[in-house]
Structures are given as C-alpha cells and as structure tokens.
Design a protein around this ligand. Structure first.
Ligand SMILES: N[C@@H](CCC(=O)N[C@@H](CS)C(=O)NCC(=O)O)C(=O)O
Length: 274
C-alpha cells in the first residue's frame, strides 16, 4: 500500500512521492533511521532551538547538531534558505528526505515518530493533547512575542544588527508580564507541577520555559523585576529543569556565557534580588 503525499524540497523528478506505510502509522522510515541521523539546525542562543536539542537529548534521540550562527547571519545565506528553511530561521530539522521548520511542529513530529518517547511529552489522549495544543498556539502570539520584543529591544538587537526602541521594549515587557500572569492563573493553578496540572512535562512546558530562560540575557535586575513576583513560574522553571537535567543546564551553558559577555557592559552590571 502506498499513499501520495506532497514532499518538501527540490525533488526534480516529481512533486509527489510515495510514503511507506510505516511513516503513515507514525514511525520513521527504516532507511532514514539507519543511514542518516536526524539533523537539527540550531543556534543555542535561540530559545526554540534549545527546546528541540533538550527534547532530543532527554529522549535519547540520535541527532547531529548543525550550528547556524545567527550573529553571523548564517540563517540568511541563500544555501540555508534554499536547502533547509525557506523562512531563514532556526530551528529546522532534516530527517532523511523530510524537512521541517517551526519548533512546535518539530516537537510534535519528534514526539510522534521516534520510538521510546514517553507519552507525557505529547499525550495520545486527545483531550490532554488538545489542552497542550491550546497552550502552544497561545505561546507564539503572547509569551514569545512579549519576551522576544523585550529582549531584542534591550540587549540583543545590537548584536544582531537590529535597531532598538525603548517604547517597543516597554510594550514587550507589558505583554510578557501579562503572559506570565496568564500562565500562573490559568495553567499553573493550585499546586500544579507542570502546565495543566500534568504530573510530568509536555512539549509545551519545555517550549515555554526555554522562552522564559532568555530573560537571562537582559541582566539580573531586569530578570528579577519581571520574574520576582511570580513564584509559581520560578518553581515551574525549576521543575522543568529537574525533569530534563542535566541536558537543560548543558544546553543553556551558552546562554550564561552570552549573559556574562553582555553584563560586562557597565549598564547591565547588576546584582540579583531574588
Ligand atoms: N516560530 C518559529 C520562530 C523561529 C525564530 O524566530 N527563530 C529565530 C531565533 S529564536 C530566528 O531564526 N531568527 C532569525 C530571523 O528571524 O532572522 C519557531 O518556533 O521555530
């Protein structure tokens, strides 16, 4: 039995290629597994990149990490855009002949097709899964938009050759703080250890916590001003860290290196108040 499904990429021979039944049933193709390990195109300074790498490590998924240096604009080269991700962003994966970008889609794919990934990451129960999807959809236009706007317009913009705006930083911070409140009051109600009160983390926990971790870049004062009032968020971050240790810490090492470089700039030298 074969099925015809559109395949991404530059296949000259045909737009449609037959996929094996195994892939349709949620398993990777044996050839892809045996011959080419998964390739993850990432920059560890990027929060969605870190989520993918931690997920692979925590679930013993064999992969090659290919660094795409955002500060050197390697994501914008014609080669990267034409062969890996037409959006010119990280993360992206190549699994055999299958290519994918967008971190949430990548996490869903990895959790679904790699054998041995525990169910809690992306539960088979459709009600539990739908609740996780709801958080993931919310993430991009709320927490992520707030955090990225804030961080780019305070410290990271100049390193990426982008202009910064104090007004945009203020707006970003507002949305970020509103998002943290939402997470606390909607998804971390009561004594929830993980989002939705789940006993173990899902891909949403990992994705959102990696997002919040970028607050390390802005220096301790600003980070504490934002996270200080949110004890539940800080406990949840620790829970996700513990659940994925030691990979979480290892993958975030670069964040702390960049933080040290940025904080050697006098206007960022501050002490923690938490
Ligand atoms: N929605 C995307 C966002 C990807 C994204 O914004 N990646 C950033 C790094 S965190 C990037 O590549 N930025 C470079 C650019 O947009 O030029 C995802 O979740 O994967």
């Amino acid at each position: 039995m074969t099925s015809l499904i559109a395949c991404q990429g530059n296949q000259k021979e045909s737009l449609f290629v037959p996929l094996r039944p195994a892939l349709l049933l949620g398993k990777r193709e044996p050839a892809a597994m045996a011959m080419q390990p998964l390739k993850v195109y990432a920059d560890r300074r990027s929060q969605p990149s870190r989520a993918i790498i931690i997920f692979c490590r925590a679930n013993r998924i064999d992969f090659d990490e290919v660094t795409v240096d955002l500060f050197k604009a390697q994501h914008l080269t014609p080669e990267f855009k034409s062969k890996i991700n037409p959006m010119g962003q990280v993360p992206a994966i190549v699994d055999g002949r299958f290519k994918l970008f967008e971190s949430h889609a990548i996490l869903r794919y990895l959790a679904s097709v790699f054998p041995g990934v525990p169910d809690h990451w992306y539960p088979a129960d459709l009600f539990t899964r739908a609740k996780i999807e709801s958080i993931l959809d919310w993430h991009h236009s709320n927490l992520r938009r707030g955090a990225v706007t804030f961080v780019l317009n305070t410290v990271l913009g100049p390193s990426l050759g982008l202009p910064t705006s104090p007004e945009a930083a203020k707006e970003g911070e507002k949305l970020l703080v509103r998002s943290l409140r939402t997470i606390e009051y909607v998804w971390l109600k009561g004594d929830a250890k993980f989002l939705n009160g789940n006993p173990q983390p899902s891909i949403a926990d990992l994705s959102l916590v990696c997002e919040i971790m970028q607050l390390e870049f802005v220096g301790d004062d600003r980070r504490d001003r934002i996270l200080g009032p949110h004890e539940k968020i800080r406990t949840w971050i620790e829970n996700v860290k513990k659940a994925t240790s030691p990979h979480f810490e290892e993958v975030h090492e670069l964040v702390f290196k960049v933080k040290a470089q940025l904080s050697s700039a006098p206007h960022l030298k501050t002490a923690s108040k938490l």
